[in-house]
Write a protein that binds this ligand. Structure first.
Ligand code: AMP
Length: 193
């Protein structure tokens, strides 16, 4: 087994969820979505869930030290040490990215790649409107997209500066996009370390 360690980035409506499921299925790594973890904590009504819930509702980011603690604990579990990880929603800041490097270093491991699933803004706007979800009003969509842009730009620069960034064209059928993802991931694995 390869124990792929990968980060996936993509706007809402980029198909990140679908492609994440395919990656996990194909490479046998563990899907870690920090958004899902926080939502689960919220449903359970834990202290973390209550604090995070308010922050999430405001559209703000949960503090770095909290996130790094949660992810650090998760990454140390044997399933991830053995099978690798697909990180989705983490890192969100360059501080989190630095911490991720350190956390993997503790396992004598490194990130293999950060894939940015690239779908033009006009296309994601249309996809989100087509989904017709109640919270997908044009204003809410614009707000979420511009927030994502602001938050993600420094991170893209960080991955690029660390030689980890791959941009994958996210326009096309599910199979086409996955084939593109597989190409860049397999290349990275072949050139490992
Ligand atoms: P997501 O499902 O990834 O969009 O995450 C939903 C919300 O959870 C975000 O808007 C943040 O408030 C919070 N969140 C998720 N991941 C992180 C993270 N790595 N750092 C800070 N906040 C996060």
């Amino acid at each position: 087994m390869v124990a792929l360690r990968m980060v996936i980035l993509g706007r809402q409506g980029s198909g990140k969820g679908t492609q994440s499921a395919r990656i996990v299925d194909h490479y046998g790594c563990v899907h870690v979505s920090t958004g899902d973890m926080l939502r689960a904590a919220r449903e359970e009504g834990t202290e973390l869930g209550r604090t995070a819930g308010e922050i999430m509702d405001r559209g703000d980011l949960v503090p770095d030290d909290v996130m790094i603690g949660i992810v650090g604990e998760r990454l140390a579990k044997p399933d991830i040490v053995e099978n690798g990880v697909l990180l989705d929603g983490f890192p969100r800041t360059t501080e989190q990215a630095d911490a991720l490097e350190d956390l993997l270093e503790e396992q004598d491991a490194r990130l293999d790649v950060a894939v940015n699933l690239d779908v033009p803004l006009a296309e994601v706007r249309q996809r989100m409107l087509d989904r017709g979800r109640e919270d997908d009003t044009p204003e809410a969509i614009e707000r979420r997209l511009s927030l994502y842009e602001q938050q993600t730009e420094p991170l893209i620069d960080w991955f690029e500066g660390h030689g980890l960034l791959e941009v994958v064209d996210g326009v096309g059928t599910e199979d086409e996009v996955f084939a593109r993802m597989q190409l860049v991931v397999d290349d990275r694995l072949a050139a490992r370390y």
